[in-house]
Ligand binder design. Structure first.
Ligand code: SAH
Ligand code: SF4
Length: 456
């Protein structure tokens, strides 16, 4: 069948969709040119906020109405369970986040006449995690970059979050398996890997990632730093990123890895959620404002240019103006390079859903705008400090906004764009530069979200 996958939500969903694509191609199906050309549409859904779920369900409804064979996968399926068929009676199949490996088999069942198949089991060790589309896929993560899921699920149980409910308990994929996967990606030309987990620094805590007796040249004792150290040894891999992190995981061993492993990127996405100790405690985040700031300081002491980005929730139940001001000042003290602000959305079954959602929509909107404006000026200031520096940039291709410019990222995940010349023959002085190459750029201009440079 000609198929098309439509993905909502986080990087983990992007990665799961890639794996499904690879499994379908291996089973003899063909990637459609676009949605219109496809016979089969798979929608990978998110449910972290109410709006995200509505988008995915709405899209599935449209595809069913357009006469496509339609399947829904991912987090919203797990949350709704059998109710998904109440909302979408003609849906062909629905698969939870730990069962997507079954999709090729489900298609055989559908071809045999079955309808309305639901698969939402909590498999500890799901299948298909290591399936990667071919290097030529040119998909979301491109051919020289690849996501690698290392930790599934989440055991943190933050009060507002539905992720543990829908993605299940933590399961760390064996280090041996992850290393083999990254070696295989390197052999296919991948230069940058991004390791994924909800709270990825908890890798190897609930279940062991390393077998006793496995060689350990690094002498590191913590599972995740040890994994980074090993991946740093793999030839062909030039950059290693990971997301998301929790301040508890910012240990001395992690900093040792930053010091000793040049391929490990100088950027951490470290969601803070709030700057108020009272709200943090209610959220069950297990750190204080001071502990969070100490983690940031540790990274910046190691490297003042270390990039730290974050997630913040505004309008958590009972969040006062004073709590909100604490968030503002924390964000300033932490000097975030970038931040993502979310308006609180109660999710069924979470602890905070029992509280009154008492911050009005208008007030959430206002707080959102205030934080965005703060971030604009902070981003501008932080980026201005980089003018005149030379940055190693991995070339990602033409800039979306202006095709006469190309774009790439530095180790801190900062987006850097540069002019490619009159006719677009953007050269490196000595010859052609290609997507996936490295180029040294001297920063000439700063903006809140991007830097502009010239090749040196
Ligand atoms: N596992 C990641 C976060 C996954 S969800 C981590 O903990 O680092 C991504 C972001 O969505 C969270 O960081 C949080 O800011 C936001 N979020 C989660 N639940 C939410 C809710 N109920 N309402 C609004 N934002 C929410
Ligand atoms: Fe949700 Fe908290 Fe787990 Fe992140 S760490 S996925 S916010 S429960």
């Amino acid at each position: 069948m000609r198929f098309h996958i439509h993905t909502y939500g986080c990087q983990m969903n992007v990665r799961d969709s890639e794996a499904v694509e690879a499994l379908l191609v291996a089973a003899g199906h063909v990637k459609a040119a676009d949605e219109a050309d496809a016979e089969l549409i798979i929608i990978n859904s998110c449910t972290v906020r109410q709006k995200a779920e509505e988008k995915a369900v709405g899209k599935a409804g449209n595809m069913i109405a357009a006469g496509k064979i339609t399947g829904l996968m991912g987090c919203a399926v797990k949350r709704m369970g059998a109710d998904v068929f109440k909302r979408l009676p003609k849906l062909d199949f629905a698969v939870g986040p730990r069962r997507f490996g079954l999709i090729p088999h489900l298609l055989n069942r559908i071809a045999a006449g079955e309808k309305g198949i639901l698969e939402v089991g909590d498999d500890e060790v799901p299948t298909g995690m290591d399936a990667h589309p071919d290097v030529q896929r040119g998909g979301t993560s491109g051919m020289f970059q690849s996501y690698v899921t290392v930790l599934l699920g989440c055991d943190n149980r933050c009060s507002y979050c539905i992720v543990p409910e829908v993605r299940g308990h933590e399961y760390s994929r064996p280090a041996k398996e992850v290393i083999a996967e990254v070696k295989c990606l390197a052999a296919r030309g991948v230069k940058e890997v991004c390791l994924l987990g909800q709270s990825v620094l908890r890798y190897g805590i609930r279940n062991k990632a390393w077998e006793p007796g496995e060689p350990n040249a690094s002498g590191l004792t913590e599972a995740f730093p040890r994994l980074l150290w090993e991946l740093n040894q793999i030839p062909g891999i030039e950059r290693i990123r990971f997301t998301s992190a929790h301040p508890k995981g910012c240990t001395d061993e992690l900093v040792r890895v930053y010091r000793e492993c040049p391929k490990v990127c100088r950027h951490l996405h470290l969601p803070v959620q709030s700057g108020s100790d009272r709200v943090l405690a209610e959220m069950g985040r297990h750190y204080t404002r001071a502990e969070y700031l100490a983690a940031v300081k540790k990274l910046r002491d190691f490297d003042p240019e270390f990039a730290v980005t974050t997630d913040v929730i505004v309008g958590y139940p009972g969040e006062t103006e004073a709590d909100f001001e604490e968030t503002r000042t924390l964000m300033e003290e932490a000097g975030f390079d970038n931040s993502f602000v979310f308006k609180y959305s109660p999710r069924p079954g979470t602890r905070s859903a029992a509280l009154t959602d008492d911050v009005t929509t208008a007030e959430k909107e206002r707080r959102d705008q205030v934080l965005l404006a703060d971030q604009e000026s902070r981003g501008q200031r932080r980026n201005e400090a980089l003018v005149g520096t030379v940055r190693e940039v991995l070339v990602e291709g033409p800039s979306k906004r202006n095709p006469k410019r190309w774009s790439g990222r530095d180790s801190g995940n900062r987006i850097i764009v540069w002019d490619v010349g009159e006719n677009g023959e953007w050269v490196k002085e000595t010859g052609d530069l290609a997507i996936g190459d490295f180029v040294s750029l001297k920063i000439t201009e700063a903006h809140p979200q991007i830097l502009i440079g010239v090749p040196v």
